[in-house]
Design a binder for this molecule. Structure first.
Ligand code: NOJ
Length: 560
């Protein structure tokens, strides 16, 4: 049995210099729900600055900030009015600079979200397009088409928006008559850009430079796989199109076309003008075989792998996903990315507290639809498994993306009245989809007060009473809390932030997932039903208490 003690985090850590992103722990902030400094119920930039000490105490390497740009919030800020400004409701550019400086002073990098597939319908360019005639240069920045049928009253194709309903919206022409249709893969307030238009390309280069010059360290690229489109007539019918992540040959009219990488090569050249080079991570829901193109060093450099996020809490699934993605990272040269929760999915504490069921999100969707009554959620089990999964993830080579509130073990909030809901997927699919508001409810910082310390006014999405028990203040008093676990795991993770891969211990069908890093650090997770013997060594951290020296079910331990 080894008697080594945990080495100091900085022994092997390589998160400085140009490679800082390769092994970074990145914490996603959904700015309107993080901290409200001025009591208007909406989180803001100054609120984030005030919480930099908290972020520092958490031990993360970088913050990824979801959109903070001026927006009517038709899609939670992913409908951008102006890419080079801060929403006045959230602050000013000066506030942004102050926040960046505070993060940097704390040794935390900053990644911002870029939304290049679509703007909002309030963007100056879209307003200009509506006011300009058919065929004008202003219309050419977006995707306008004549309708079909009598008087062009039918959409150009039967394609559907991802939020439900048609992917085309008819406009009223400047002369007052119904006219052309524009394409929107998401909400109708999010018209898609025409990336064949050089002005669009130039403008995004300007935006990337604008934020890079302000000291932003990297970018998260929204819907990175949709920018380039082949809309030559006749447009194929919906029934002829492969699903988003099932297309494999780059010929789909709008998902994952090969030409999109020409754009990212240009962006890469811009990123590399900076020192250190700016980083980027693609949000690309593409077939696993094609993900590497986005992650290539000549392109964005990194791409999200959402495989763990879509898996059940299951040793075999986890093992296969980890092995495949690590092998892929060897081919692309990028580091792997791992993520369990973000602002688009049901929080993992909740997913893992529901019985296994059909489809990747089947149980969670059924639970949401029944307003949390069926199937029954086992809160404690979900939190326990989420802690085990996260502790395992933090021992993997690659960068770990964490979503605000998961460090508190927060569950999805299901009890949001329809009148308070904000997500377009709820409104465009009445009775079918409940939407993503449940993971976007403002954080509880304290156990009491009007908004649990989020601000001095009721939060823009209502917080449930049970948030009280999950607050930061409460968990800071509890030695075994989820927050305490994240802090300790992130501190110790400094020992593991190298590109060196892992070696599996144990068999491929075991219900225990066990691996060792080259420095001797072992992670062992029990997905089975009863306690198991631990490997020899010193347990430096476990996601739940050990029982009689054994590793209980739904628990991860780190051993050196
Ligand atoms: C992906 C973002 O994560 C999601 O929140 C948004 O609704 C869509 N892209 C559209 O921008």
């Amino acid at each position: 049995m080894s008697t080594k003690t945990a080495s100091t985090p900085d022994d092997t850590k390589d998160v400085s210099g140009a490679n800082w992103w390769r092994q970074a722990a990145v914490y996603q902030i959904y700015p309107r729900s993080f901290s409200d400094s001025n009591g208007d119920g909406l989180g803001d930039i100054k609120g984030i600055t005030a919480k930099v000490p908290y972020l520092e105490s958490l031990g993360i390497d970088a913050v990824w900030l979801s959109p903070f740009y001026p927006s009517a919030l038709a899609d939670g800020g992913y409908d951008v009015d102006n890419y080079r400004d801060v929403d006045p409701k959230l602050g000013s550019l000066a506030d942004f600079d102050e926040m960046t400086a505070a993060l940097h002073a704390a040794g935390i990098k900053l990644i911002v979200d870029i939304v290049p597939n679509h703007s909002s319908d309030r963007h100056d360019w879209f307003r200009e397009a509506l006011a300009s005639p058919k065929g004008s240069a202003a219309r050419d920045r977006y995707i306008f088409r004549e309708g079909k049928g009598k008087d062009g009253g039918l959409p150009p194709s039967d394609w559907e928006s991802l939020f439900g309903g048609p992917a085309w919206e008819r406009i009223i022409e400047p002369d007052g008559a119904p006219g052309q249709w524009y394409m929107h893969l998401f909400a109708k307030e999010q018209p898609d850009f025409n990336w064949d238009n050089p002005e669009v390309r130039e403008d995004f280069l300007k935006t990337l430079r604008f934020w890079s010059d302000r000291g932003v360290d990297g970018f998260r690229i929204d819907v990175a796989h949709a920018l380039t489109k082949d809309l030559s007539e006749p447009l194929p019918a919906k029934a002829e199109l492969a699903a988003e992540d099932e297309t494999t040959d780059g010929t789909h009219p709008f998902w994952d076309r090969d030409e999109v990488h020409e754009i990212y090569a240009e962006w890469r050249a811009l990123f590399n003008e900076y020192n250190p080079p700016r980083t980027a991570v693609a949000e690309a829901w593409v077939h696993a075989d094609r993900r590497g193109r986005y992650a290539s060093p000549e392109g964005l450099g990194q791409a999200f792998n959402f495989d763990l996020l879509q898996a059940a809490f299951d040793a075999e699934q986890f093992r296969e996903i980890i092995a495949r993605n690590l092998a892929e990272s060897q081919v692309t040269g990028a580091s792997s990315t791992w993520v369990f929760s973000n602002h688009d999915v049901v929080r993992h504490a909740t997913r893992y507290g529901l019985p296994k069921g059909p489809g990747r999100n089947g149980p969670a969707q059924a639970w949401l639809k029944s307003a949390g009554t069926e199937p029954a959620l086992n809160r404690e089990l979900g939190e326990r498994r989420a802690r085990a999964a996260t502790l395992m993830m933090l021992a993997l080579p690659g960068s770990a993306y964490l979503y605000q509130g998961e460090e508190l073990g927060l569950h999805e909030v299901v009890e949001i009245p329809a009148t308070d809901r904000q997500d377009p997927s709820f409104f465009r699919n009445p009775g079918v989809e409940i939407g993503r508001d449940g993971c976007r409810v403002p954080l509880p910082w304290t156990s009491e007060g009007i908004a649990f310390g989020f601000g001095d006014a009721a939060a823009h999405l209502p917080q449930p009473e049970w948030f009280s028990a999950y607050s930061v203040a409460r968990q800071e008093m509890q030695p075994g809390s989820t927050l305490a676990l994240y802090r300790e795991a992130l501190r110790l993770r400094g020992n593991l932030q190298t590109d060196e891969l892992l070696k599996w211990l144990g068999g491929p069908h075991d219900s225990v997932l066990h691996f060792i890093r080259p420095n001797g650090w072992q992670s062992i997770t029990n997905f089975g039903t009863g306690p198991v013997e631990l490997a020899a060594g010193t347990v430096v951290l476990s996601s739940s208490p050990l029982t009689d020296g054994k590793l209980p079910a739904d628990t991860t331990a780190w051993i050196i």
